[in-house]
Design a binder for this molecule. Structure first.
Ligand SMILES: Nc1nc2c(c(=O)[nH]1)N[C@H]1C(S)=C(S)[C@@H](COP(=O)(O)OP(=O)(O)OC[C@H]3O[C@@H](n4cnc5c(=O)[nH]c(N)nc54)[C@H](O)[C@@H]3O)O[C@H]1N2
Ligand SMILES: Nc1nc2c(c(=O)[nH]1)N[C@H]1C(S)=C(S)[C@@H](COP(=O)(O)OP(=O)(O)OC[C@H]3O[C@@H](n4cnc5c(=O)[nH]c(N)nc54)[C@H](O)[C@@H]3O)O[C@H]1N2
Ligand SMILES: [Mo]
Length: 822
């Protein structure tokens, strides 16, 4: 590779493009990209995570799976591993894939593999896996995301498609020039805007936030957390009771209507269903007017403050924006729909700086001015299996084969999954109610995981295949609105025996007889040249610019994409001419009420925005026993579970655990002092955390961000996590029967000072336990353990035969049934 001496090695990541300097000892240092005005603080987490003892150095199999073959078992996550050599590991994996396919059909393989993995257009783990599994004959997949599972289903009913709102959001410079008042539901948290899927070279949003402050725009920070808006922004903090935003929006809407401040001309011309909404606001059917006083009771905000905010909104150029977190909750459709309705009543949709936004402060590319460029992409083939789940239904899928459920106006049935193949995601990070997920992961015959690190998911697998990190391979990377395409050079040697996901899958494909179809005979560099070349030709043909030849691009380390920054105003064309630019809804207009949703007759998603009491909110009966509302939001110190072993994340731990923020008065009532080790609990589980007291959080609310590696203390059911993972506490329930989205943002909990004596240690920063290969005739090469070495194996599996997996073992279990029998 050609590289100017001294120049850092170019690469990119979900937290931005950066350069890598390499120490003589193989260590890495992440240095900001010179063009980046606001590099991510997460760069500080890269070195420690890259070379951490939890890296997986060799393929490994769970002892019980190796000894007794595939089958449901309650032991995933609690048994030691046996290290294997690559040939054997790939032989075993290929044989098991073939067995499941031949005996149960391709739909018995779950390959949804949700997760963020790493940046890079070629090595993107999920794309590689989908390409592989499609060529294998297909797989049960998953749809949507944990990020936006509710809005992606809802928005098409309201405005015709989700993309317009999410990808064509009004650009930041338009906002900083025109907006006078921002109603920021969920705030605009700066911590989140450094992240953009696939990468970003110039982080724009921190600068836009500074410009917004400089322009003097007023922000109504509607959030239980004061930190959801940078200090320095002219703002008033409305410390709303969590989960009640819909009530506030309805109360604001009612005030607009009652005081004659709503824009009837706008709703007449651009909306349908206004009458349905107004009848609901007036309480015509349920006898409850949704006025400011009603909203005050639910939200904990003064009625006069609500009326005043409505009047200010009507008097100014006002942007109503809703963070994605609000739809990641029970009835998550409602705050999105009510927020859109509020913006419609204000009549400013389609005007510069007014109207509706979704996700400012959720992701770095929302409102970014970067050109939306086509990027090189790996063809994933066609999956002949049509089975899929909405991604957050993973535990239901594994626990309830054959059961049916509602989704997006259809009725679907869960297929019977026998093999789970995951690459580039961490369900034991991202899913809710991890105790239940553990039971669900006990159901399949085999769990196959590619991972870079010994994450909780790797520890719950049967066969673990070590993957390289993005720094250890060559790739091409950029995000959706990036300004640069980055030539990701190899910046570090692969850890141990780690292989690229592509190489792992090529090895499996070869064993399964479709190696040529999968690789098309190309090595990695040839793939990069091929993907780049195809993209460059298409770019040139479409007039989008003439990328340089691959060698030139590669040697330069990057290419600045030619598209010019563009400013947009959401729904401007529709506003200008609703006849010639109608929305793709049945009415062609914004649907403030949807006849299609109403016709589904769903108890948890009616045909218009409505206040629906969630099972877990501060006013719920369940709050009698668990009175604190936990916010499990995105972490400031890492990307989900990634970089949790890096310096930035570790420095923020308290009492050796994840920090939980709580109000001093809530702490005082519980005799909790700053720095105390605490136990957070409800009926689903418990975790330890270190207390941080702050009055920048609403009373009755506690915050424990996601991403501390799940560290279940053996012998605890429901689980006790020693490290502070909030998903032991969250409920595995869908947003609604319309969208089946993730609801991980909220849960009711109680907290007490830890009083159980010597607390269980955090163990996840070490690799799991390894034992020597117990099989007759196996060489001494196994069990060379990084961990505590040869420990006695556990007793026999509860069920299962003695047949090795490579020999198509019979299935000894009764068919999957209820979730009580993992
Ligand atoms: N309670 C609660 N839970 C939530 C949320 C919430 O708000 N509250 N938010 C949800 C949201 S929005 C999201 S997007 C999800 C995120 O959930 P995930 O995307 O599953 O989280 P990550 O930690 O990014 O997991 C990516 C995994 O891929 C691995 N990896 C990285 N690079 C590679 C590679 O090249 N190859 C392979 N094989 N593996 C690789 C990493 O080690 C890591 O374990 O979490 C969700 N969970
Ligand atoms: N540093 C960092 N940045 C990230 C990520 C990360 O892991 N780390 N993940 C990225 C991903 S994948 C995604 S999808 C986005 C997610 O973007 P979001 O889902 O918007 O992010 P969150 O931080 O979960 O939530 C935003 C804020 O909503 C507030 N909130 C929670 N509940 C309520 C409520 O009931 N009412 C009101 N008014 N406010 C509430 C919380 O205080 C929280 O800080 O973030 C992205 N950015
Ligand atoms: Mo996300």
């Amino acid at each position: 590779m050609t590289r100017t001496a001294g120049r850092p090695v170019p690469t990119t990541s979900h937290w931005g493009a950066f350069g890598v300097r390499r120490g003589a000892d193989g260590s890495v240092l992440a240095v900001p990209h010179p063009a980046d005005p606001a590099p991510s603080p997460l760069l500080a987490g890269v070195p420690g995570a890259q070379r951490h003892p939890t890296r997986i150095r060799r393929p490994a199999a769970r002892l019980g799976w190796l000894e007794r073959g595939p089958g449901p078992t309650g032991r995933r996550g609690s048994e030691p591993f046996v290290e294997l050599d690559w040939d054997e590991a790939l032989d075993l994996a290929a044989a098991e894939l073939a067995r499941v396919r031949d005996r149960h059909g391709n739909q018995a393989v779950f390959g949804g593999s949700y997760g963020w993995a790493s940046a890079g257009r070629f090595h993107h783990a999920q794309s590689q896996l989908h390409r592989f599994l499609s060529a294998f004959g297909g797989f049960t997949g998953s749809r949507n995301s944990y990020s936006l599972g509710t809005s992606l289903v809802l928005l098409p009913y309201l405005v015709g498609d989700a993309d317009s709102v999410l990808r064509s959001a009004t650009s930041w410079p338009v906002i900083t020039r025109h907006t006078e008042l921002v109603l920021a539901f969920g705030g605009i948290p700066e911590k989140n805007v450094y992240v953009t899927p696939g990468g970003v070279t110039r982080h724009g949003t921190p600068g836009h936030l500074a410009a917004l402050a400089a322009a003097g725009a007023q922000v109504a920070l509607i959030s239980p957390l004061r930190d959801d808006l940078p200090d320095g922004q002219p703002a008033r903090w409305y410390p709303i009771r969590p989960a009640t935003d819909t009530a506030l929006m309805l109360g604001l809407a009612h005030t607009l209507v009652q005081e004659g401040l709503y824009d009837r001309e706008f709703t007449d011309r651009y909306c349908t269903g206004t009458d349905v909404l107004l009848r609901y606001l007036r309480g015509e059917a349920d006898g409850v007017p949704k006025d400011a006083r009603w909203a005050a009771d639910l939200t904990g905000l003064p009625a006069e403050a609500i009326r005043d905010l409505a009047r200010r909104a009507a008097a100014h150029r006002t942007l109503v924006t809703v963070t994605w977190s609000l739809q990641r909750a029970r009835h998550g459709e409602q705050p999105v729909w009510a927020g859109l309705a509020l913006a419609a009543l204000l009549g400013q949709i389609g005007l510069p700086g007014g109207g509706f936004g979704h996700g400012y402060g959720s992701m770095g590319d929302v409102g970014d001015t970067g050109p939306q460029t086509r990027l090189p992409h790996l063809p994933q083939g066609r999956n002949p299996v049509t089975e899929f789940i909405p991604c957050a239904r993973i535990a239901d899928l594994l626990l309830h084969p054959g059961e049916s459920y509602d989704y997006d106006g259809t009725r679907r049935t869960y297929p019977d999954i026998r093999l789970v193949h995951w690459a580039g995601g961490n369900p034991f990070h991202h899913h809710q109610d991890l105790g239940r997920l553990r039971r669900a992961f006990g159901r399949p015959d085999t769990v196959l995981v590619h991972e870079t690190h010994w994450t909780a998911t790797a520890r719950h697998a049967d066969l673990v295949l070590p993957a390289t990190t993005a720094l250890e391979r060559e790739d091409i990377g950029a995000g959706r609105r990036d300004t640069h395409l980055i030539a990701m050079h190899r910046a570090a040697d692969p850890y141990g025996q780690a292989r690229d996901d592509h190489a792992i899958l090529a090895g499996l494909a070869e064993r399964l007889g479709f190696g040529q179809e999968f690789t098309e005979g190309r090595d990695t560099r040839q793939w990069l040249e091929h993907l780049y070349g195809t993209w460059a030709r298409e770019s040139a043909a479409s007039g989008a610019g003439e990328p340089p030849p691959f060698e030139e691009f590669w040697a330069a380390g990057e290419w600045e994409l030619p598209g010019r920054p563009a400013e947009r105003t959401l729904f401007a064309a529709f506003r200008a001419d609703p006849q010639s630019a109608p929305l793709a809804t049945p009415s062609g207009r914004i649907e403030l009420a949807s006849a299609r949703i109403a016709a589904m007759d769903l108890p948890d998603c009616p045909g218009h925005p409505a206040w629906l009491e969630p099972e877990e909110w501060p006013g719920a009966p369940a709050a009698a026993r668990h009175p604190l509302l936990l916010i499990a939001n995105q972490p400031a110190t890492r990307l989900h579970s990634q970089l949790d072993t890096g310096a930035l994340s570790l420095a923020a731990k308290v009492a050796g655990r994840e920090a939980v923020q709580m109000h001093p008065e809530d702490a005082g009532e519980r005799s909790i002092s700053p720095g105390d080790l605490v136990r957070i609990f409800n009926d689903r589980g418990a975790c330890l955390a270190g207390a941080v007291l702050t009055d920048r959080i609403a009373r009755g609310v506690v915050r424990l961000p996601t991403g501390a590696w799940f560290d279940p203390v053996p012998g605890h059911e429901p689980p006790l996590c020693a490290h502070g993972n909030p998903n032991v506490l969250t409920a595995d329930v869908p947003s609604s029967r319309l969208s089946q989205g993730c609801t991980g943002q909220h849960a009711l909990v109680e907290i007490e000072r830890w009083s159980g004596g010597e607390p269980p240690p955090v163990t996840v920063r070490e690799p799991p336990r390894f034992v020597p290969d117990p099989r007759p005739g196996s060489g001494p090469n196994s069990g060379s353990g990084l961990g505590s070495g040869a420990a006695p194996g556990p007793g026999p599996e509860p069920r299962g035969g003695g047949t090795p997996p490579s020999a198509t073992p019979p299935r000894h279990e009764p068919p999957h049934d209820r979730e009580s029998t993992p």
